[in-house]
Design a protein around this ligand. Structure first.
Ligand SMILES: Cc1cc2nc3c(=O)[nH]c(=O)nc-3n(C[C@H](O)[C@H](O)[C@H](O)COP(=O)(O)OP(=O)(O)OC[C@H]3O[C@@H](n4cnc5c(N)ncnc54)[C@H](O)[C@@H]3O)c2cc1C
Length: 504
């Protein structure tokens, strides 16, 4: 099988970590012929040459001034021209890049290159005949070849052996791949960054508390949750003709318009349909009706469907917006960039202007107890506590018939009806304390529970990126200078071992 892996050299000169996983996944497919494809400046060649030592004999580098300044649509277009020329059976992309952080290029590329998409792959289960993969949120998926998958951080890229030889890197220009230069680089990019600012979002004023106050602030966080999701600030002038896909983006839509149409995804999507089936029908309807703006939620399904629709409509899509604004004519979209360190103000030059907006994620608990490297000694206690509370809740709500009885309450956390979940920092996952699907952050998942209790987590920007939308944040760490306290409403300066008992 011919497997093509798309890899990017990120802004800091490293191989994008998700692409490293994509490459390793390709190398693990039996009897595969692996080739690499990248778009970037000349200096990408060095990275590609090093990577060929691991197994791919050939790497292709799309390198031409015409490609410079490309947004995700123009990037996907250039890659699609190369993919068509190389005609692989399978294309593997990383879920997202850690600098661009949109997760759009893979899904858009799949449409443009005519490949069936499986997004957010956690495990490749079978490659003979049909392709079967386990995904993060959409269950098990089976598709025919040619296909494209985007992978999560599911493995570690192997190291080269001392005797391994370098392969070749072939440079391709826009002409070499028969690309229309009008669709490449800045010229072919419908989105434009107008300005960028330091990101202050997520910073909170930390109030220091004693460990014994923990139950009370958890209760308070749960009570506050009811008023947390308030409508965003309304613009003075408003836009007309906004579509929202599902109810998820409503609050964002209401901040820029009173003329909102809800399109339920079920209208174009039956059980068993692929995301592409939906995208084709939806795009045709949008072409007929010509809405001005289409807003999508940020669940896994929307984040796969929206880039496919954008590719079909040849329009710009701004990912993960945290705010929208309008002057009555233009739509201004704000999104965090570069690991969340800055916020970019973006416009879209084509219609419909599209955006995915940060909406609440379903599925995680209302109280998340997240464990970092410093919580090693309390892992078992927290696992037992979460499991007991959830078992008791299920019993009380009639979901299970058992005789667990209420968990022992030592210090008075009465949050018995709330769903609890456990999460992890990347260090905790790397130390094999918890599995990867529990990892919160830039290379994990985003969560927004009512209460987030960070135990033994230092608070690196990469972790903050995944939890800063939580309701109330409580941090437990003996190091008062740990950055996590800048993102917490309440701080307990103490060791996890001494504090965790107060959760009971
Ligand atoms: C490209 C990239 C992507 C990344 N993606 C992610 C991501 O998605 N998610 C993520 O989490 N990280 C991610 N990281 C890693 C991130 O930069 C940090 O290294 C990581 O978050 C640190 O994990 P930690 O806080 O558990 O460990 P550490 O930074 O080691 O912090 C441990 C903390 O525990 C405290 N501690 C020690 N003993 C105790 C005790 N007894 N009780 C309580 N506290 C104690 C210490 O004071 C310290 O603050 C990424 C990094 C890169 C480069």
């Amino acid at each position: 099988m011919r497997v093509l892996v798309c890899v990017k050299r990120t802004a800091d000169g490293e191989l994008n970590p998700f692409d490293a996983c994509a490459y390793e996944a390709a190398l693990q497919i039996p009897d595969s012929e692996v080739i690499l494809l990248s778009m970037g400046p000349d200096k990408t060649e060095e990275m590609l040459l090093d990577l060929t030592r691991l197994g791919a004999k050939e790497a292709y580098l799309l390198c031409d001034n015409a490609f410079a300044g490309a947004d995700t649509l123009a990037t996907a277009y250039a890659l699609s021209c190369a993919v068509k020329k190389l005609s692989p059976d399978l294309v593997i992309c990383g879920r997202q890049t850690v600098d661009g952080d949109t997760a759009q290029t893979g899904p858009s590329l799949s449409v443009m290159a005519g490949l069936t998409l499986i997004p957010n792959v956690m495990k490749i289960l079978r490659t003979e005949g049909k392709l079967i993969c386990e995904t993060r949120e959409l269950g098990e998926k089976t598709v025919d070849y040619p296909a494209l998958i985007t992978v999560e951080r599911i493995n570690r890229l192997r190291l080269p052996s001392i005797r391994s030889k370098k392969g070749t890197v072939i440079h391709w220009t826009a002409e070499d791949i028969d690309a229309d230069k009008q669709k490449c680089g800045l010229k072919g990019s419908p989105t434009r960054v107008l300005a960028s600012f330091p990101n202050k979002e997520g910073k909170r004023k930390c109030k220091w508390i004693e460990a014994r106050e923990l139950p009370a602030v958890i209760e308070e966080g749960l009570a506050k949750e009811k008023t947390r999701l308030q409508p965003a600030k309304k613009s003075n002038a408003l836009l007309k003709d906004i579509w929202i896909v599902g109810e998820g983006p409503r609050l964002f839509a209401e901040s820029i318009s009173e003329d909102i149409t809800v399109i339920e995804k079920e209208r174009f999507w039956q059980k068993g349909d692929t995301c592409l089936d939906f995208a084709l029908k939806f795009a045709e309807y949008a072409r007929e009706r010509q809405p001005k703006v289409i807003l999508w939620a940020s669940d896994a399904w929307s984040k796969a469907a929206a880039p496919q629709v954008a590719a079909l409509l040849q329009t710009g899509l701004c990912a993960d917006c945290t705010a929208l604004e309008t002057d009555g004519e233009e739509l201004f979209m704000y999104r965090p960039a570069f690991s969340g360190n800055i916020v970019a103000k973006i416009v879209c030059m084509t219609e419909p202007r599209m955006a995915t907006v940060r909406t609440a994620r379903k599925g995680s608990g209302e109280i998340i107890c997240a464990l970092g490297k410093g919580a090693q000694n309390v892992l078992a206690d927290v696992q037992t506590l979460v499991q007991k509370r959830n078992a008791w809740n299920a019993e009380k709500n009639g979901v299970t018939a058992g005789k667990t009885g209420p968990p022992e309450r030592k210090h008075g956390v009465t949050a018995e009806t709330a769903r609890w979940d456990i999460a992890a920092s990347r260090m905790a996952v790397d130390a094999e304390m918890l599995p990867y699907d529990k990892q919160v952050g830039l290379t994990g998942k985003s969560v927004n529970p009512a209460v987030y209790i960070a135990v033994g987590i230092s608070g690196a920007v990469h972790h903050i990126a995944g939890m800063k939308q939580s309701g109330t944040v409580i941090a437990i760490n003996p190091d008062r200078e740990a950055p996590i306290f800048d993102y917490a409403d309440y701080g307990i300066a103490g060791k996890a071992e001494e504090v965790i008992g107060y959760l009971q």
